[in-house]
Design a binder for this molecule. Structure first.
Ligand code: COA
Length: 164
């Protein structure tokens, strides 16, 4: 059983993340998509909302699970019995950060490999911040995120405009 984890903030999940999950799910027996805490980020959606959006968006993949944790990614990888950490590489600009993190994670746990997967070129410019900003200004995010995320973003920004 070759299990990997795919950690990220997923605030919210986008079609670019789903593209990476699909690729990983074809390569490995099981993929655990893990919402990890990035101390440098303040999130718009709670952990439970992000879990709900991920579970709904990934329900077509029978070998994909969703969970969350607060700690080192390598510790969680060990806890769930993963052999590797999947990360997406959208552009050369991602490389240095991913390279540093992969080497630090290897130093912390040499038995866990980092696997970098490239999403489809149509997703290379996407990130969660751009999606939140687009939605905040009333832009159409339908092309970039699953339906549940579109609805959550709508709810969020409508309730901000019309506080009860
Ligand atoms: N499609 C679209 N967007 C993508 C993407 C893809 N395929 N891959 C990444 N992104 C975006 C994300 O949406 C995110 O956008 P945002 O910055 O606007 O929110 C950005 O790229 C990168 O985020 P993400 O992949 O979520 O990583 P991160 O920088 O938030 O870090 C962890 C997440 C899990 C790697 C980090 O929090 C972590 O490692 N935490 C635990 C501590 C630890 O173990 N550190 C390592 C050893 S020191």
């Amino acid at each position: 059983m070759k299990r990997v984890i795919y950690p990220g903030t997923f605030d919210p999940v986008t079609n670019g993340h789903i593209d990476i999950v699909r690729r990983a799910s074809e390569l490995f027996d099981e993929v655990v998509v893990t919402i990890a805490k990035n101390p440098g980020k303040t999130c718009m959606f709670s952990i439970n909302e992000r879990i709900e959006m991920l579970e709904e968006s990934l329900k077509e993949f029978p070998n994909v699970l969703v969970d969350s944790f607060d700690g080192l990614v390598v510790d969680h990888a060990k806890q769930v019995g993963a052999i590797g950490i999947v990360r997406g590489l959208r552009a050369v600009s991602d490389f240095e950060y991913e390279f540093q993190m992969a080497l630090m994670n290897r130093k912390l746990a040499g038995e866990i490999s980092t696997i970098l997967l490239m999403p489809h070129a149509r997703y290379t410019y996407l990130n969660s911040t751009i999606i939140r900003n687009l939605a905040a200004f009333g832009g159409d995010v339908a092309e970039f995120v699953p339906l549940i995320v579109q609805n959550k973003l709508k709810e969020r920004f409508i309730s901000k405009k019309n506080p009860s």
